[in-house]
Design a protein around this ligand. Structure first.
Ligand code: ATP
Length: 373
């Protein structure tokens, strides 16, 4: 499923040069973005970056100051929220406390004046979909947080919108339930084929659920890509640091090796770092940052072979055992800490090193990504 890589595919939703100002403040800044039918799309970014404002413009609660929002090629300007085939599930769920689960789900359908039989059929279908049939007559205060979340979801889906907007849909759930619910949402979206646009500031949530992620910062989109691309080829330092753990090694471009690898002079090592990066346009002397994920850094208990690339010497600063992973921080002579992690694939893992041991770390040229922004 990758309609975005097909130049002939027509997007379902398009933001074209959309700006939204509140007085002096620019919440969304000249933003262009396409979302495709059946896509599970995540808007990811820190608080205040403009995610909610972007969704509210799609739902029709806000109008753009400039630019346009289209759905199926139709300009949505002036179309009120209830006339858009878009529904929104709020973080607070906004359930009616005095109504039963089934009445909450039926509410929007009654307002649309659907025939009684049709309403009953859809409510039953939705209850089945979110596995809440036994809870149909309960009130929201008689449900757990996870069940309330599913009622809100069922209510938002009952009107069969083309697009479902979910604003921090899992924010109110505890960690374990959140993880479970992520998989339920993936499954539900897959079965219904409804286009989902989810707002979150939680990168793991976005990585787990989305077909594509748009990373937002200061009202702009800094990268739109699949979770794998965002993690492995972050376009900027902001993204590298926002999504997952990363080591940032600063330096400057010193040229290329015969094999075409970039040489980066870094104060952290006497030898230049060598990085395999597809960027062809780096001028010598350019200041860059090399991003390396912790799981791509190797730990050497004994000095590595002479041919090993990107070797740094240091001492074990601390060790964090996380069960599935162990995280080591290695302190370089400059004081900088390198984070690396090892998967504990066996039940009988022995820590290869102890605190204050002198060690080396290294990483392969293709483990590093060169960032200029
Ligand atoms: P959060 O994750 O905290 O909800 P967000 O990324 O959704 O943040 P928005 O709520 O879209 O961010 O807000 C973007 C910017 O626009 C913020 O600086 C916010 O203060 C401002 N803003 C949003 N709505 C209004 C409003 N109605 N009036 C004035 N400023 C607003």
């Amino acid at each position: 499923f990758a309609p975005w890589s097909d130049p002939a595919a027509v997007p379902l939703i398009r933001f074209e040069g959309v700006t939204k100002r509140f007085g002096e403040a620019v919440a969304v800044d000249d933003l262009t973005l396409s979302v495709y039918e059946r896509e599970f799309f995540c808007l990811l970014g820190p608080s205040g970056c403009g995610k909610s404002t972007l969704m509210r413009m799609l739902a029709g609660f806000e109008e753009p100051t400039a630019g346009r929002v289209t759905l199926d090629g139709r300009d949505l300007a002036g179309v009120p929220p209830y006339r858009r085939p878009v529904n929104m599930m709020f973080q607070s769920y906004a359930l009616f406390p005095h109504m039963s689960v089934e009445d909450n789900i039926a509410y929007g359908l009654k307002q649309e004046r659907l025939p009684r039989g049709e309403i009953a059929a859809r409510v039953a279908e939705m209850l089945r979909l979110v596995k809440l049939e036994p809870m149909a007559r309960r009130r929201p205060d008689q449900l757990s947080g996870g069940q309330r979340q599913r009622v809100a979801l069922a209510r938002a889906l009952a009107k069969r919108p083309r697009v479902l907007l979910l604003d921090e849909p899992l924010g109110a759930l505890d960690k374990k339930l959140r993880e479970e619910t992520q998989f339920e949402l993936i499954d539900l979206q897959e079965r219904l084929g409804t286009t989902f646009v989810v707002v979150t500031h939680d990168q793991e949530e976005a990585m787990t659920m989305a077909h594509r992620i748009a990373v937002m910062d200061h009202g702009r989109i800094v990268q739109v890509a699949t979770p794998g691309e965002i993690y492995e080829q972050p376009r900027t330092r902001f993204i590298a640091e926002f999504v997952g753990d990363v080591n940032i090694l600063e330096g400057e471009v010193a040229g290329r090796t015969e094999a075409g690898l970039w040489m980066i002079r870094s104060p952290l090592s006497s030898e230049p770092l060598v990085i395999d990066d597809p960027d062809e346009s780096l001028a010598t002397g350019t200041r860059v940052a090399v991003a390396v994920r912790p799981e791509k850094i190797r730990l050497h208990e004994t000095p590595p072979a002479a041919a090993t690339a990107n070797v740094l010497a240091g001492e074990v600063w601390d060790i964090g055992y996380l069960g599935d992973w162990t995280v080591y921080r290695i302190r370089l002579p400059s004081g900088e800490l390198i984070r690396l992690s090892r998967a504990n694939a066996s039940r009988f893992v022995e820590q290869p090193v102890g605190w204050e041991d002198r060690v080396h770390v290294s990483f392969a040229p293709d483990a590093g990504v060169i960032l200029t922004a």
